[in-house]
Ligand binder design. Structure first.
Ligand SMILES: CC(C)(COP(=O)(O)OP(=O)(O)OC[C@H]1O[C@@H](n2cnc3c(N)ncnc32)[C@H](O)[C@@H]1OP(=O)(O)O)[C@@H](O)C(=O)NCCC(=O)NCCS
Length: 213
């Protein structure tokens, strides 16, 4: 277990998730995302799907703890850049990244990102590719994926599609289509609703600024 200090008092421990944490981490994920990007959220169901997917990387799924309390979670899965004529390169993707609402903006998300990027580099990984907020992830070195010659499967690109080469030149010669784990695709509203019934009821709200309504 790695130990980090944030601010003056809070001690943050970082360790891999274990099966005993599954429901608590899904509940934490639900708390973090609830009503943020849409009324309710899908990310706890996405995590459930990822766990059952071949691309899920349990050793890279790390939790942040204050004492016994789980306050953050970062989930990694295998992704790939598909080049021309059968070429391809393995990459990593993280998400959902979740910090308990009462503990946000205290460095916990940053600690999880930095810790896992160091692990990925040490493991010989090439790059991390994500869809997320440029305002947040820019601080870790993520930049527009388009600058590395990467596109989404429909050929498009936008600011939230970002890549981070883990070492100089890691993406040199790597160009093509980003393929994320199948668990991210085809999330069905009815399946989310059904899965959500296993959690404490929460009110879904339409709020200004939500991306999906
Ligand atoms: C996003 C999240 C993981 C960040 O973790 P955190 O521990 O709160 O953030 P940190 O303390 O490491 O960093 C705080 C900084 O990030 C910024 N920040 C936090 N969430 C942000 C977001 N969604 N977009 C842009 N900036 C964000 C804060 O404004 C703050 O900026 P500052 O350092 O300039 O003051 C956390 O707020 C969270 O769980 N949010 C809800 C779920 C979510 O949006 N997950 C990420 C999906 S891409």
């Amino acid at each position: 277990m790695a130990r980090q200090t944030q601010g003056e008092a809070n001690r943050l421990d970082i360790r891999p998730e274990t099966p005993a944490d599954h429901m608590a981490v899904e509940a934490l994920t639900r708390e973090a995302f609830w009503n943020v990007y849409r009324p309710g959220c899908v990310e706890h169901y996405l995590l459930h799907r990822l766990r059952g997917s071949l691309g899920y990387l349990p050793h890279m799924h790390l939790l942040a703890l204050e004492g016994e309390a789980i306050v953050g979670s970062i989930v990694y899965s295998r992704s790939r850049v598909q080049g021309a004529e059968g070429t391809g390169w393995d990459t990593l993707t993280f998400g959902p990244l979740s910090v308990l609402p009462g503990r946000q903006r205290q460095g916990i998300g940053s600690a999880l990102v930095r810790h896992t990027l160091a692990l990925a580099l040490a493991a010989g990984e090439r790059a991390v590719i994500i869809l997320g907020s440029p305002a947040y992830y820019g601080r870790f070195g993520f930049g527009p994926a388009a600058q590395y010659g990467l596109t989404l499967p429909d050929g498009s690109s936008f600011d939230a599609f970002m890549a981070l080469p883990l070492y100089p030149g890691a993406l040199a010669g790597v160009h093509g289509i980003y393929r994320e784990d199948a668990a991210f695709e085809g999330i069905d509203d009815a399946a989310v609703e059904a899965y959500d019934r296993g959690f404490v009821p929460k009110e879904k709200l339409k709020l200004p600024g939500q991306l999906f309504q």
